[in-house]
Design a protein around this ligand. Structure first.
Ligand SMILES: *Cc1c(COP(=O)(O)O)cnc(C)c1O
Length: 458
């Protein structure tokens, strides 16, 4: 009998993360004066050991033993051959998924929350502030802070705060404090409420609030933490792809197509970057980040310099962006409602090493049901974006009669998103697609911004 799960022992876990900055060219982040930011300028926001990691050019970075110990609470995660999904689709493709839903928080996010809490603790920090969309990151960071005895304050995007009450409860269980954003506690929040008292909120606004709360703490013992987008977050997540590579080797496979859903880009990058390294070195494979049609950062928005947050507190990052003032439609995949995209992922897409796809909300829930009814596990709404693309590729393989190997990241489970599934089953959800007029309006913001160069890494 062919086995479903391909497992690694704890001894076989990767001991180092893969840093793609060693293998690609990047535009630098820019400060308010238009010059590249120096590490010192970031010091009020992040601890210096993480800033060093953010700019490191070392290809391999050791995973600290304390982090390895906590990783083994759920890692190595299983790689699963989705034979029942293959059968349901009648495809000759072989489909594998990396199950990141087995972590305490139920997603890939603890892979970076744990090292971030560790490095903050090492640096003498007592309290961490952050933002959260669907609540996945806030809960992951609350879990990680509990492991290291740190305080955690989470600004949660208002629409998710109302739609997903149980993630708040998870944060509370792990000792985190959760605040609906925009709030009246920060200037950025008060400004956002003045512009629109009924705003559903956005990740961009919540980031502004969390950064402001960190840098305005006069004790100097608070720092801010970001759950996606930045280089060090992508770095930590590569443990996913490095494990997956070993697991596929065990069964003599290598993917033709690698797929992940992309909000800020971290779960996708975590799976894809170790394979992107092979592609940079000449290997043939397709790599697809998948995003919602309602927030088409990679597929429609240009490669620009933009702020990571609404108030413009962060440096200008070279990325695909819909503009930091963009407030996406209230789709249920809250984790995919970010206006920008990781600079590393943006760079790889700009160079043509990855090919971005977009899918609409109803196709995603349909894909989620096909998956749950065949493989059993209920995927997070974010994860269904990857599954929708996997199903398209599996159907294409069927039409072409090709035995493609498809690998995707199952970024998290949907057990706390059942309200969204219930609405889908009741026929209450619909598609949102960004129109050209909305797109043009959003682009106005970039009129006087510097432009990144189109660099080539190979
Ligand atoms: C947060 C989240 C995402 C989106 O964030 P990325 O940084 O793009 O990975 C996707 N899936 C799940 C389950 C999440 O919690």
């Amino acid at each position: 009998m062919a086995s479903h799960k391909i497992l690694l022992t704890e001894d076989e876990m990767p001991r180092q993360w893969y840093n793609i900055l060693a293998d690609i060219k990047m535009n630098p982040p820019l400060g308010p004066d238009g010059n590249p930011v120096s590490p010192d300028q970031l010091a009020p926001v992040f601890p210096m050991n993480l800033i060093e990691q953010e700019v490191s050019q070392e290809r391999w970075i050791d995973i600290p033993q304390e982090v390895m110990d906590i990783y083994t609470l759920w890692r190595p995660s299983p790689l699963v051959r989705a034979t029942r999904l293959e059968k349901a689709l009648g495809t000759p493709a072989r489909i594998y998924f990396k199950n990141e839903g087995v972590s305490p928080a139920g997603s890939h996010k603890p892979n970076t929350a744990v090292p971030q809490a560790y490095y903050n603790k090492e640096f003498g920090i007592k309290k961490i502030t952050t933002e959260t969309g669907a609540g996945q990151w806030g809960s992951a960071l609350s879990f990680a802070c509990a492991q290291f005895g740190l305080q955690c304050t989470v600004y949660m995007v208002r629409i998710s705060f109302d739609q997903k009450p149980y993630r708040k409860s998870m944060m509370g269980v792990w000792g985190g404090k959760c605040i609906a954003s925009p709030s009246t506690l920060t200037k950025a929040g008060r400004d956002a409420l003045e512009r629109d008292p009924n705003t559903p909120g956005s990740l961009g606004i919540a980031i502004s609030e969390a950064v402001e709360a960190a840098v305005s703490d006069e004790t100097g013992e608070t720092r801010y933490s970001l759950g996606s987008v930045l280089n060090h977050v992508m770095l930590h997540q590569t443990v996913i792809g490095l494990e997956a590579k070993k697991q596929l080797e065990k069964v003599g496979e290598y993917p033709d197509i690698v797929i992940g859903c992309a909000g800020g880009g971290s779960n996708f990058a975590g799976l894809a970057f170790p394979f992107a390294q092979d592609k940079i070195n000449g290997k043939q494979l397709e790599i697809y980040p998948v995003e919602p049609a309602a927030c088409p950062t990679l597929t429609k928005a240009p490669f620009v310099y933009d702020h990571g947050d609404v108030a413009g507190y962060t440096p200008l990052l070279p990325m695909h962006s819909l503009g930091h003032a963009f407030v996406p439609a209230p789709i249920h995949a809250g984790g995919l409602r970010y206006h920008g995209m990781a600079p590393t992922v943006s760079q790889l897409v700009d160079e043509g090493l990855m090919d971005a796809k977009s899918v609409n909300q109803l196709d995603c829930y349909e894909a989620g049901l096909i998956f749950a009814r065949s493989e059993g596990h209920i995927p997070a709404p974010e994860t269904t974006h990857a599954i929708a693309q996997v199903i398209k590729e599996a159907n294409k393989a069927k039409e072409e009669g090709k035995e493609k190997v498809i690998l995707f990241n199952w970024s998290g489970h949907g057990a706390l998103d059942l309200g969204a599934y219930e609405k889908y089953l009741a026929g209450e959800l619909h598609n949102f697609e960004l129109t050209d007029a909305e797109m043009n309006e959003a682009m106005e913001i970039f009129k006087n911004y510097p432009k990144p160069e189109h660099l080539k890494s190979r």
